[in-house]
Design a protein around this ligand. Structure first.
Ligand code: GAL
Length: 346
């Protein structure tokens, strides 16, 4: 009882210090009942729309399974994210779920967790060079392939000039998206169907960097561009602003990823051509299932693996879907990810 009180006090103090939120599911553990597992969720950021969905769905599922979740968000700071993880470990979480801002920097958090015998699940983004226990993500190479294939299919018949806005170099996913895009683009470039007139990495996945890079591309290569291959919706948000300022919006194909509400609205307006819908509910639900199993020290079977520089990490990849104006209804709306009214602003 004493230690439980101590734990609550530590929780409260740390909550005040680092903005930690502990959400207890309905009917928290009454004394005498089996202990509810406590799961730590350390997030890169909550500024980008998609990650708010991830958090809410993860918590809801974990609570449903009888676990509590302690959530922290690092606002894109590596120092803060390591500190967040230390705080979660000090709060005696039984499993740690990390969405790393920087896949290399977070190896430190995995090592610290292991010293405290806490297993770690990397959520959506890989953590590099450590003995990571499990990686759950979408098929990120496929995301890049679908984005590039959309452009190849819709740019047929012209020698297309493309600007490519790549993701953040601190995020291993950014390289997987590029790899998928290259799988499709390289043969088209070799055939002479496509030319990449400019490309660059968007530091921190920031829309303002996407704007800078697209402006630089237009200065360098001119306004005669056919498509902007954006690796994610947060980048297409910046790109479309530039295209609007240049009077090119709606005339240039724009890709994305995440099916953010603003992107779905742009698809309806015609300023963005497509996005990739990654059923976050599926990811968050499976992640919560796995995290609770980890917390209860149950066996987990992962049939795939991905090298992280140190080991082949047991991995699970989930499928993704293309969304354009013809498939909004059958994907994001049918799944309840967004309402028809919010997308069509009616
Ligand atoms: C990636 C993630 C994408 C996108 C991007 C920017 O790691 O897989 O879905 O959200 O980060 O936040």
């Amino acid at each position: 009882m004493k230690s439980r009180i101590a734990l609550v006090v530590v929780s409260l103090v740390l909550s005040l210090l680092i903005g930690l939120t502990l959400r207890r599911g309905a009917g928290g553990d009454a004394s005498g009942a089996p202990k509810r597992p406590l799961i730590g969720l350390s997030m890169d950021t909550l500024e980008v729309e998609r990650w708010q969905h991830d958090r809410d769905l993860f918590e809801a599922r974990a609570n449903q399974l009888g676990a509590d979740v302690m959530v922290v968000s690092a606002n894109g700071s590596d120092t803060r994210q390591v500190r967040d993880c230390e705080a979660l470990i000090a709060n005696k979480v039984s499993a740690l779920v990390i969405i790393p801002h920087d896949g290399a920097a977070m190896a430190k958090a995995v090592n610290l967790a292991h010293e405290a015998h806490v297993p770690v699940l990397a959520y959506d983004r890989l953590i590099l060079n450590c003995d990571l226990d499990l990686y759950l993500t979408f098929d990120n190479v496929r995301v890049g392939e679908l984005q590039a294939q959309y452009l190849v299919d819709h740019l047929k018949g012209r020698k297309a000039r493309i600007v490519r806005l790549l993701g953040s170099k601190t995020d291993n996913n950014a390289f997987l998206f590029k790899q998928g895009q290259d799988n499709i683009l390289n043969p088209a470039i070799a055939r002479g169907d496509i030319e990449i007139v400019h490309e660059d990495w968007c530091d921190g996945w920031r829309p303002e960097n996407a704007k800078k890079i697209l402006n630089a591309a237009i200065t360098k290569a001119g306004r005669d561009i056919d498509a902007v291959l954006c690796s994610a919706d947060i980048l297409s948000a910046g790109a479309v602003q530039v295209l609007l300022e240049e009077g090119l919006a709606g005339k240039v194909l724009v890709t994305g990823q995440d099916a953010d509400l603003a992107s779905c609205q742009r698809i309806v307006e015609g300023t963005q051509s497509m996005t990739i819908y990654k059923p976050i509910k599926n990811l968050a639900t499976v992640a919560a299932d796995l995290a609770v199993k980890m917390a209860r020290r149950e066996v987990i079977v992962a049939r795939q693996e991905l090298p992280n520089g140190k080991i082949n990490v047991p991995s699970i990849f989930l499928p993704v879907h293309v969304v354009d104006k013809d498939s909004l209804e059958s994907t994001v709306i049918a799944d309840g990810f967004h309402t028809r009214e919010s997308i069509y602003k009616k």
